[in-house]
Design a protein around this ligand. Structure first.
Ligand SMILES: C[S@@+](CC[C@H](N)C(=O)[O-])C[C@H]1O[C@@H](n2cnc3c(N)ncnc32)[C@H](O)[C@@H]1O
Length: 255
């Protein structure tokens, strides 16, 4: 039985948002972590948390969430969203850089740190990972989501952009150059090495959106439940995991 199967059996304790192919696997992993301390109010830090797609549901589940983000517009949207959800008192919006969080957040104060879709856009991911590791209390967990390189190579090739696919496959950072929207993409080993270099122990790696971006919209929209289940079934299995559009790493600061 996989960890995701066990989560499914205990679902109901954590009432997160409706599961989608983009979020189901991540919420399953997070739910398992939250279920380790049922009833506790956890201190959560969301680095580059944007408009609060994860922060607000976590606050609704009873946790205290600080979102550090570089964008004032994103933080304004987060603040509105938290107010509309009735959790403004549990969500703190802080403008700042993910690699300069000293003074913004307490060191070793977070039970859970999220860093989703950020490491591929920052100047240098290593200081951001070091900062999030510093923010974690010993024994605390990190949820890190990064763009996958293999899916980008296959996607560009299938759309006929063989030159871009070749550039993405060959570039050490998995970026197609200055016109690419992302500065880098990762494979599972490279992303895990980045977290280990900051002293974190990588416990799980899942693929997110193994299939979701490949299917015709009519299929994805017509069978959403089946797609979520298939994404969950394939997320931890090779070779599907490594072909996913995103890789989700769950890591822990040693106690
Ligand atoms: C693609 S969005 C992801 C938002 C959210 N984590 C999610 O998964 O929906 C990237 C976010 O990272 C923020 N960001 C980019 N560079 C940053 C940095 N150096 N420090 C903090 N936040 C940053 C952006 O403002 C944006 O809100």
């Amino acid at each position: 039985m996989t960890r995701l199967d066990r989560v499914e059996q205990t679902r109901g304790r954590f009432t997160g948002p409706p599961l989608t192919p983009r979020t189901a696997v991540i919420w399953s992993v997070l739910a398992a972590e939250l279920d380790r301390r049922p009833g506790d109010e956890l201190t959560v830090l969301d680095v580059g948390g944007g408009t609060g797609g994860f922060a607000v549901p976590l606050a609704q589940a009873g946790h205290r969430v600080t979102v550090v983000d570089a964008s004032p517009d994103a933080l304004a949207a987060l603040t509105r969203r938290a107010a509309e959800a009735g959790v403004a008192d549990r969500v703190r919006a802080v403008q700042g850089d993910g690699d300069a969080m000293a003074g913004l957040v307490e060191p070793a104060g977070a039970d859970l740190v999220l860093c989703h879709s950020v490491l591929e856009v920052v100047d240098d991911p290593a200081p951001v990972v070091a900062a999030l590791a510093t923010a974690l209390r010993p024994g605390g967990a990190a949820s890190v989501l990064v763009a996958g390189r293999a899916a980008a190579v296959l996607g560009r090739a299938m759309n006929g952009h063989l030159d871009v696919a070749a550039a993405l496959a060959a570039a050490p950072d998995g970026s197609a150059g200055p016109r690419d929207t992302l500065r880098r993409r990762f494979d599972a080993d490279g992303a895990a090495a980045l977290l280990r270099a900051a002293g974190l122990t990588v416990e799980e790696i899942h693929g997110v959106r193994v299939l979701a971006d490949l299917l015709p919209a009519a299929v994805a929209d017509g069978q959403p439940g089946a797609l979520v289940e298939l994404e969950r079934a394939l997320a931890a299995r090779s070779p599907y995991r490594d072909l996913a559009a995103q890789l989700h790493l769950f890591a822990r600061r040693p106690a």
